[in-house]
Ligand binder design. Structure first.
Ligand SMILES: [Zn+2]
Length: 421
């Protein structure tokens, strides 16, 4: 029996045939993909990954150490400020409870009645983070910036991975254009110093100042490839003594011999006894400096530093210590005359004026002339000396063992328990 089909029935059959044909083609393709293409694709991915890992390991870039990379550090970048401006692309802002906030940026945060005021609302703590950088008072910082209320104003703490902090720090302390072994030595001592301070100030709001009081740091603005190279090539390396991370003090230039720690801070440390250093003598900061101050200026500076002096009429130098630095001075005044250590005197007058305690004095009628050499407290590594030793061909490990005798260079991951020295 034949059945005559209408045009519409023919069309429906054609569509069904086409669908079946497409389904078959799709099925064949799926089978071909699952049996041939997918295994091939997987194999290509595995080969590509293996090649990448091999290349990275050949260049020493794959030394990923989770413990080292997870190590963070907290730096006080603004202290006691009445207001702070914050900006940046893609900023995530959270309040003291961790709730995200919508805030128009750039934002000016002011301290009003014991709280942070921004956009008409009050907060106790604000945290800003960004994929690239958070700008605090127009300076970029990696990691996050935490604003809180401190005693005399707003405190801003920058929290970031330790290794990233070091990349930003190098060009604040020295020049990354120096011989690479000197830059690597700087990276190691800055890492060592930072971790030692972190252990000592674990319960404080921050671990380090961003000034000469600890280590100078101005965010990511001065990062460069040589600074990053020095940090990467010394990744996680610290100086130790007896298995503990040392107090790696350092300074700009010693002027001929580094200082013993007990002469500056009273505490004697076996690796900070002082060594001969002729290497910094030709440096810009190792050469002789001179400064004249009137008796009136000296009295004002002493009073501003908390020494209750009035009617100052002379300052007499006391004896030198065995490293050629002034141990003590005598302040002669109508009221409040006293003996003061060389370091206290330097701190009161200003570290930028009296650049070291290696100085002599010449007294005139109403003023005193100070002539000295070296720049800084003189303890530990001499930065300009390290530069010269690197130019002379010494490696960073040799430079460090010279300035910190008896210490041992170790990987952070090999130190158990994070003992503080
Ligand atoms: Zn020196």
């Amino acid at each position: 029996m034949s059945v005559k089909l209408s045009n519409s029935d023919h069309s429906a059959m054609e569509i069904r045939k086409n669908r079946q044909s497409k389904k078959l083609t799709r099925c064949r393709f799926v089978c071909f993909y699952s049996q041939v293409l997918r295994p091939l694709y997987r194999m290509c991915i595995i080969i590509l990954l293996s090649l990448t890992m091999t290349v990275l390991s050949l260049f020493g870039i794959s030394r990923i150490n989770a413990a080292v990379l997870d190590e963070t550090i907290r730096i006080a970048i603004v202290k006691s400020s009445p207001e702070v401006t914050v900006a940046g692309d893609g900023l995530l802002v959270t309040n003291e409870s961790g709730y995200p906030l919508v805030m128009s940026l750039p934002a000016t945060v002011k301290l009003v009645k014991g709280a942070l005021l921004v956009g008409g609302k009050q907060f106790q703590r604000l945290t800003f983070s960004a994929p690239a950088a958070v700008y605090i008072n127009n300076k970029p910082y990696r990691g996050l910036a935490e604003l809180s209320v401190a005693d005399k104003g707003i405190l801003v703490v920058n929290q970031l991975p330790l290794e990233e902090y070091l990349v930003g720090l190098i060009n604040c302390e020295i020049s990354s254009a120096w011989p690479i072994e000197a830059v690597k030595a700087q990276a190691i001592i800055a890492r060592t110093y930072a971790l030692n301070r972190k252990m000592a100030r674990m319960t404080s709001p921050y671990h380090l100042e961003s000034s000469v009081l600890d280590q100078v740091y101005e965010g990511s603005l001065v990062e460069d490839s040589r600074a990053r190279r020095a940090v990467l090539e010394t990744e996680g390396e610290v100086l130790t003594s007896g298995g503990a991370i040392i107090q790696a003090f350092y300074h700009s230039s010693c002027g001929g011999r580094t200082e013993a720690s007990e002469n500056v801070w009273g505490a004697s440390l076996p690796y900070l006894k002082g060594v001969e250093c002729q290497y910094c003598l030709s440096s810009p900061t190792g050469t002789v400096w001179e400064y004249k101050l009137s008796l009136k200026e000296i009295e004002e500076r002493l009073r501003a530093a908390g020494h209750n002096v009035s009617g100052l009429y002379d300052v007499k130098p006391g004896p030198l210590n065995s490293r050629g630095r002034l141990k003590q001075l005598t302040i002669l005044a109508a009221k409040g005359g006293c003996a003061i250590s060389g370091d206290q005197f330097r701190k009161a007058i200003g570290y930028g004026l009296i650049k070291s305690t290696r100085f002599t004095m010449k007294n005139y009628k109403d003023e005193i002339s100070f002539t000295g050499s070296g720049n800084g407290h003189g303890v530990g590594l001499c930065q300009w000396g390290a530069k010269q030793r690197a130019l002379d061909g010494f490696g960073c490990a040799e430079i460090l063992s010279y300035y910190y005798p008896g210490t041992e260079l170790k990987k952070l991951s090999d130190i158990s328990g994070w003992q503080q020295d």
